[in-house]
Write a protein that binds this ligand. Structure first.
Ligand code: 5AD
Ligand code: SF4
Length: 431
């Protein structure tokens, strides 16, 4: 979501006459788009802001701003922490970035926009198309209130974009050569659940998938992030019925222990989650599955962690984002007793990372010697003759090829697999 918000702000700023440059030191304005999900991310951002603020002492015209979740989470406190900060804009108001910069030019100081301070537009979307794969926001905010999570505070209650507006954006993108869209939001599979009626047993999200699927020129559809509780048979069936829907699902399971899931306020059990994953792989045996897991949640005992380990062994995840629990002020979990020590968190983190290294390479090796359609993204930063892109299973593939292939889907024969990527040989360069 943050990466996408950055793109949206770039569009607004370029439209307002600002120019984007590569060099931070040469820029007159630096904006840090921030995340508050874990404390470490906020700490890093504050550190960067302190060092950037030093420029203000020498360069009178230099402006510094913060956008995103940290602006909402810390509010005006940010100006106390960084007195030279010029503005802070919460995620719900980032479309007003151009106006804020104009206010700054007119001499206003310490401008703060909190969620709800500006009106939003359903059609607020990018005009600049940077790659053949685009992220399209379908909903914003979250009503779930998982006990560890700061997002409901920083992004507010869920709002969903009208289906027509989303379809229009995807059409616009497909007409301009975009081949893949990722439908995004905090929880996408509950899209429109209270506003749009079910049709023939199909949820609003499945209806949206079908509408997007019908758009000519578009070749791949992904979505991020779904909630494990929102995988009913209508959605599972889409993997068989909608060929453009990529065979990869991100399934943020968070823990393998029912006791911990309850305490996290995640409304599913280990068993119901396993049933969904079983159905998904039954439908499509080679389905790639990734997940998010938190270790060291308050009260996580050896036995709870063992349940997570067992679940990890059972599913054979292609990829997992494993986080050490980070207490976030104001969330219910931060006030719970039985906080787990840093040492234990670290130990559990390492155990799961080691397991992931084994399962991810095993899953990646399944693709050895196969031909994969790769949507080419960009040249590798290490060697510009090497390109990279994603397969439908969301495997990153590196291969030697001319940069004219960027934005095309090419056939690559997989020759090598590591834990986080594949390497291959270009088989056809006709695109
Ligand atoms: N501590 C650690 N990880 C967290 N996440 C969300 N909140 C926290 C927290 N307080 C993780 C969850 C979520 C992902 C985006 O970040 O796993 O799925
Ligand atoms: Fe946070 Fe839970 Fe909402 Fe995800 S579903 S954004 S973890 S509150």
């Amino acid at each position: 979501m943050n990466g996408h918000d950055t793109e949206l702000m770039e569009s607004v700023l370029v439209d307002s006459g600002f120019q984007q440059i590569d060099s931070e030191t040469a820029a007159d304005i630096v904006i840090l788009n921030t995340c508050s999900v874990r404390e470490q991310a906020e700490r890093k951002a504050i550190g960067r802001l302190h060092s950037l603020a030093r420029r203000k002492k020498i360069e009178k015209n230099f402006s510094l701003g913060v956008t995103g979740c940290m602006a909402q989470n810390l509010g005006r406190e940010l100006f106390r922490l960084i007195p030279d900060l010029d503005f802070a804009i919460s995620p719900g108001c980032i479309h007003a970035i151009g106006k804020v910069l104009r206010r700054l030019e007119n001499g206003e100081k310490q401008i703060f926009l909190s969620n709800g301070d500006t009106e939003t537009s359903d059609d607020f979307c990018r005009r600049k198309i940077t790659r053949a794969s685009a992220f399209v926001t379908i909903a914003n905010g979250c009503n779930m209130n998982c006990s560890y999570c700061i997002v409901p505070k920083t992004r507010g209650r869920e709002t969903c974009r009208p289906m027509e507006s989303i379809v229009r954006e995807v059409q616009f993108l497909a007409e301009r050569g975009v081949k893949e869209v990722t439908l995004g939001g905090q929880i996408v599979n509950f899209y429109g659940i209270r506003k749009i009626p079910f049709e023939n047993g199909k949820s609003p999200f499945v209806q949206l998938l079908e509408r997007v699927h019908a758009i000519n020129g578009l070749e791949r559809i992904r979505f991020l992030s779904p909630h494990p509780s929102g995988f009913r048979d209508d959605l599972i069936g889409c993997y068989a019925n909608l060929p453009k829907l990529c065979p990869h699902v991100h399934f943020p399971i968070q823990s393998g222990s029912d006791r911990i899931l309850r305490s996290m306020r995640r409304p599913y059990t280990r068993q119901t989650a396993l049933e969904v994953l079983h159905k998904l792989r039954q439908n499509l045996p080679e389905m790639a599955i990734s997940t998010d897991l938190i270790v060291g949640f308050p009260g996580e005992m050896e036995e709870d962690f063992r349940q997570t380990e067992q679940l990890f062994d059972k599913i054979d995840f292609d990829m997992a984002f494993i986080f050490k629990y980070s207490p976030r002020a104001g969330t219910p979990a931060a006030a719970m007793g039985n906080q787990v020590s840093q040492d234990v968190c670290e130990e559990r983190h390492q155990i799961l990372l080691k397991k992931l290294a084994i399962t991810s390479i095993r899953r990646n090796r399944l693709f050895l010697n196969s031909h994969q359609p790769v949507l080419v993204e960009e040249p590798s930063t290490r060697d510009h003759h090497i390109l990279w892109g994603y397969t439908p299973h969301h495997k990153k593939v590196f291969f030697l090829g001319p940069k004219e292939l960027i934005g095309k889907i090419v056939d690559v024969k997989i020759s090598h697999a590591s834990t986080c990527a594949l390497n291959g040989i270009l088989e056809d360069d006709k695109g």
